[in-house]
Design a protein around this ligand. Structure first.
Ligand code: KG4
Ligand code: ZN
Length: 342
């Protein structure tokens, strides 16, 4: 069977077609970076408008790229939450209506379940059970995944998400949006060890995170070294120390979660999983401890339609009932509630 996946939860419109026999047939993406760049962050109303504008052209593109006709598609999976409500509603309304007109089921997909399942599109794919670190712009969570749809939250951020901390610190350093990749680029020119940032919440037990203090630490460090007139080298040194602190903190908590559960399989997903230093440090640790580690391919770390098509396919396989004839989306939706969907 073929499933069309549609992602519109934030600032990327993504579409993909997944085939149960042949795997992923194709995917397309429109990133709204240019739309939001001047504002230094996502403007929800502009995001919704862009999703409307790009929905039909992207649909045409993914159908022609994969050589599919409407009659070839057996279900439509769409991101039903969590995310920006207006953006979600565009996807939900368009996907639900399309499914109605093509007379096929519409499947509501949890955005974070999409991220969690993205590494399963790779070869080799992780087997269950595994520990997942989900680090994106909106979430930072450690989850014990015992099977598809069986999620136990082990820890999460008490304030900013890791990606959000990257974005805010990048903005402070005068970098563009989204800040994660920009900050990582600048950090490469930085001197290791000039600044020493804390590793928040690692000196006490538990698996929760807190990243807002790191951003404040960056603000104070910049202010005491010239503020907005600080030279490029100082900014790069701050970026370097900040990135290392986030990566170390994430790694320490992953190590703790693996030890606590006795599991030897780790999945790193969400936008921050694109970070090269994180991958390098996590992979080194896993090699030393005989732990298997899995990441999505680079383009599927951040938001995309492929992970939604795939998670929708898994939902269908596990008997999750299709959406009724109504349009609904959820800005807030705990991942654990997914288990009760089918
Ligand atoms: O998963 P995603 O596309 O959207 C959400 O669901 O939030 O994640 C976007 C986040 C942004 O905060 C972005 O700055 C961060 O992922 N990100 C990175 C990198 N690439 C994207 N953070 C650090 N290093 C990167 N290379
Ligand atoms: Zn995401």
């Amino acid at each position: 069977m073929k499933i069309l996946g549609i992602e519109t939860s934030c600032d990327e419109t993504g579409m993909a077609i997944f085939d149960s026999e042949r795997g992923l047939l194709g995917h397309v993406l429109h990133s709204q970076t240019e739309t939001h760049q001047d504002y230094g962050g996502v403007v929800p109303e502009l995001a919704s408008r862009d999703h409307i504008r790009f929905f039909t052209p992207l649909l045409r593109e993914v159908m022609s790229q994969t050589g599919c006709q409407p009659k070839d598609i057996q279900a439509i999976a769409f991101t039903a939450g969590p995310g920006l409500l207006g953006a979600l509603l565009v996807g939900a309304a368009a996907a639900r209506s399309l499914a109605w007109s093509w007379d096929i089921p519409a499947i509501a997909v949890h955005h974070l379940e999409g991220h969690l399942m993205a590494p399963l599109l790779e070869d080799p794919a992780p087997e269950f059970p595994f520990i997942a670190l989900l680090a994106s712009g909106g979430h930072t969570q450690l989850i014990e995944v015992s099977n598809f749809g069986r999620y136990r939250l082990l820890g999460e951020t008490l304030d900013d998400a890791a990606g959000e901390a990257f974005d805010k610190t990048a903005k402070l350093l005068g970098l563009g949006y989204p800040g994660g990749p920009e900050l990582a680029k600048l950090a490469k020119q930085g001197k290791v060890g000039r600044f020493q940032f804390p590793r928040p919440m690692t000196d006490r037990p538990g698996l929760d995170f807190s990243f807002s203090g790191l951003k404040t630490f960056a603000v104070n460090t910049l202010h005491s070294h010239g503020g907005q007139s600080a030279d490029l080298q100082t900014r790069a040194d701050i970026a370097n120390a900040f990135q290392l602190a986030v990566v170390d903190t994430l790694l320490i908590k992953c190590m703790r979660a693996l030890k606590q559960t006795g599991l030897k399989r780790l999945v790193i997903a969400g936008g921050v999983s694109a970070n090269q230093l994180l991958r390098q440090k996590v992979s080194d640790y896993c090699l030393q401890t005989d732990t298997q580690v899995f990441y999505p391919r680079h383009e599927f770390c951040t938001d995309n339609g492929a992970m939604i098509a795939f998670a929708g396919y898994l939902r269908l396989q596990h008997g999750t009932p299709p959406e009724p004839l109504k349009i609904s989306a959820r800005a807030r939706w705990p991942l654990q509630d997914c288990s009760s969907m089918g």
